[in-house]
Design a protein around this ligand. Structure first.
Ligand code: FE2
Length: 86
């Protein structure tokens, strides 16, 4: 795979992980059994870690993304006072 293809794969992987988080959290809301709910919420948290793993790789391959993310963080801080730190 080329660098461009790997970068695209990482973006798709991030989409899949974010979608998985929503899916597992929605299932957890619908399930009444507390044990089953706990497992779905635990898996959702694991997916959040996967987001971090893929994002770390993506930021290495696409440093421009990080620069624009910082601009976005700054813009939100200026508009709302919300400060974002990772
Ligand atoms: Fe995952």
């Amino acid at each position: 795979m080329s660098k461009k293809e790997i970068t695209q794969a990482l973006r798709w992987a991030l989409i899949a992980e974010l979608d998985a988080i929503n899916f597992y959290e929605q299932i957890a809301e619908l399930v009444e059994d507390e044990n089953v709910k706990a497992v779905f919420l635990d898996v959702a948290r694991e997916e959040k870690e996967h987001v971090g793993e893929f994002l770390a790789l993506l930021l290495k391959l696409d440093p421009e993304l990080g620069e624009y993310m910082k601009k976005g963080f700054k813009e939100v801080e200026e508009e709302t006072g919300i400060k974002t730190e990772l």
